[in-house]
Ligand binder design. Structure first.
Ligand SMILES: [Zn+2]
Ligand SMILES: [Zn+2]
Length: 184
């Protein structure tokens, strides 16, 4: 099968309560937000269970993520994991729900040709779990506003002295005039 997300249900008996193991590796998927992405493969382990409406998937996905700290841009690599639960419907069951007036039944994931496709479930769950504003540390202080270095990499007393200002010739002249007026 060429679609890596499509799982055959041929090992699962279509009898309520029967189960089959689910074990799957997705090779280098492109799950990502603007600042976070999965790195490398995503491994999925779980079970498929026949229920009256279709097949219930319960699984656990593990993967690595690479993120860019939103404050200091440091690259942060972290392991991630996600719980997956989804009920895939037999088409005739979904159709029956639609006909009974359930408007959401049009959107239900379906069993197609004795297979299910895990892409939407995986992508939505894993991307949905990525931090909206990734940080290298919970209290990352970001970058120094003057030199642009990460404050966390700088000594605690890091500061920029005001550049010494050149003496203003006009000030010197004024001081001289004031002194002359006083007859000094
Ligand atoms: Zn940071
Ligand atoms: Zn600085």
């Amino acid at each position: 099968m060429s679609d890596p997300y499509r799982i055959s249900l041929s090992d699962l008996r279509h009898q309520e309560g029967s189960q089959a193991d689910l074990s799957l590796t997705i090779t280098e998927p492109d799950f990502a937000t603007d600042l976070v992405k999965t790195e490398g493969d995503v491994d999925i382990e779980g079970t498929l269970q026949s229920v009256s409406e279709g097949v219930l998937v319960t699984a656990h996905a593990t993967y690595d993520t690479v993120a860019e700290c939103a404050r200091c841009l440091k690259v942060v690599e972290e392991p991630g994991d996600a719980d997956l639960t989804e009920l895939f419907f037999y088409p005739n069951r979904a159709k029956a729900l639609q006909e009974s007036g359930d408007e959401e039944a049009e959107e239900l994931p379906l069993i197609e040709d004795d297979t299910i496709n895990l892409e939407v479930l995986l992508r939505d769950t894993i991307v949905g779990q990525m931090p909206f504003i990734p940080r290298c540390e919970p209290d990352c202080q970001g970058l120094c506003g003057v030199c642009g270095e990460r404050l966390a990499d700088l000594p605690e007393d890091h500061a920029h002295e005001q550049a010494p200002t050149e003496p203003d010739p006009l000030d010197e002249l004024r001081a001289k005039l004031v002194a002359e007026e006083r007859g000094e």
